[in-house]
Design a protein around this ligand. Structure first.
Ligand code: PLP
Length: 398
């Protein structure tokens, strides 16, 4: 295969590009880049605010990139689900007055104490009695404790209950104890990331009402988690509106007049659509295997863990030559390797790529705003972390 001539780098560069085409027109990009659209992110914030009848918090772990955090903050998101002292430091140094919810349920005594005393965190999730005692030992009177519970069944890309959550019986005991200790008491759950079934939220809300009743405690708040899904290819999902409607109805039915204030803390569904990952084909072997400049040690790490079919499009210079959303005509299932000197660096599933793909072509993966750069390593000194601003992001509609 002959290498494509590279686009000529022009002298004047905008700080923010119109779209992927314009970015490519300015760059012979040899490193992977994330094309971030604040317009796409603001659309999602507006959508969540319109549909969710409670407070919107952002799960920082999905993407701590500062461009994106600033955009969220400026759009009015003031609450953050943080999972580590590093995330707390990032948020509290950057945004004065931000509310940090330390909702990683298992922490050392030091982590909890530093969060409370150095950064002023007053909201903690726990999922066992030891965790509750740890928070109570802070000796603070204004702490909110959210008891995380789980159900047996899940229908999501990840089983969060395999690591976290008290069962409903234990949760009721912990809630009662928290009340006895004089703490503000909330419940929280996470149905699993990329939760494919809206009725899982309904089942959790029903269980939350039963836990509250059994403990005899009126909840301060119910945190319905993240887990809201993205429209990866080959998925048939209810809309975000249907998920939110299901949540609202379930709260009404199961809590009635005792309904607690609601909070949700999405990561994937809030920020997934705002960035694409622009990679380049660096080599095509005679047998058709394709090597690109990012892989499973970089931004495509999540591909190794769960099957999420990313939409993608192919650019030859500034010309769009293929869009997976428009269909798979003239494509071959192709093995795709990442750039590292390591055999594991291979996408676990083949990609249906057009026959005429060439070295130098760009493969732009959509829905890469969550768990892409956030989980990338620097193995072999390859990096997958550069963000470029574009006005118009990757669309998942044809
Ligand atoms: C406590 C908690 N909340 C929210 C999230 C965000 O989940 P998602 O990205 O599925 O919305 C996570 C993800 O790990 C989490 O652990």
């Amino acid at each position: 295969m002959t290498a494509m001539p590279q686009p000529i780098t022009k002298t004047y560069e905008p700080s923010r590009y119109k779209d992927t085409k314009q970015y490519i027109g300015f760059h012979a990009s040899s490193e992977p880049v994330y094309l971030f659209s604040d317009t796409a992110l603001l659309e999602r914030v507006t959508e969540f605010n319109r549909l969710f009848k409670g407070e919107l918090s952002y799960a920082v772990k999905a993407n701590p990139e500062t461009l994106l955090l600033d955009c969220l903050w400026n759009s009015g998101v003031k609450s953050f689900d943080v999972a580590s002292l590093g995330e707390i430091e990032l948020i509290s140094n950057r945004f004065k007055g931000a509310h940090c919810h330390y909702n990683n349920p298992v922490r050392s005594d030091d982590m909890t104490s530093i969060a409370a005393h150095k950064y002023g965190v007053r909201s903690f999730a726990v999922d066992d009695m030891a965790g509750l005692i740890q928070v109570s030992a802070l000796g603070l009177t204004d702490v909110e404790v959210s008891i995380r519970f789980k159900l047996d069944h899940f229908d999501a890309a990840y089983d969060f209950g395999s690591k976290f959550g008290a069962d409903s019986k234990q949760a009721a005991v912990i809630v009662k104890k928290a009340k006895d200790l004089g703490m503000r008491c909330s419940l929280t759950f996470h149905p699993g990331s990329q939760c494919a079934d809206a009725t899982m939220y309904v089942a959790h809300i029903k269980a939350a009402a039963q836990i509250s009743k059994e403990a005899g405690v009126k909840l301060h708040r119910l945190n319905v988690g993240g887990g809201f899904p993205l429209p990866y290819e080959n998925t048939k999902l209810a809309s975000l509106e249907q998920y939110m409607q299901a949540i609202q109805n379930a709260v009404k039915i199961h809590f009635g007049t005792d309904a607690p204030a609601l909070l949700c803390e999405p990561g994937r569904a809030l920020v997934g659509t705002c960035a694409s990952l622009l990679t380049q084909v660096i080599r095509i072997r005679e047998n058709g295997e394709v090597f690109i400049n990012d892989g499973i040690y970089g931004g495509l790490q999540e591909q190794m863990l769960v099957k999420l079919d990313l939409p993608f499009r192919i650019w030859r210079g500034e010309k769009l030559v293929y869009n997976s959303i428009d269909g798979k005509g003239n494509c071959t299932e192709t093995t795709v390797f990442g750039p590292t000197c390591d055999p594991v660096d291979r996408l676990p599933n083949t990609l249906a790529l057009p026959h005429n793909i060439l070295e130098g072509d760009y493969i732009e993966f959509g829905l890469m705003g969550a768990y892409g750069s956030a989980t990338a390593t620097r193995f072999n000194h390859f990096k997958s972390e550069k963000y470029i601003e574009v006005q118009k992001g990757f669309s998942t509609h044809s």
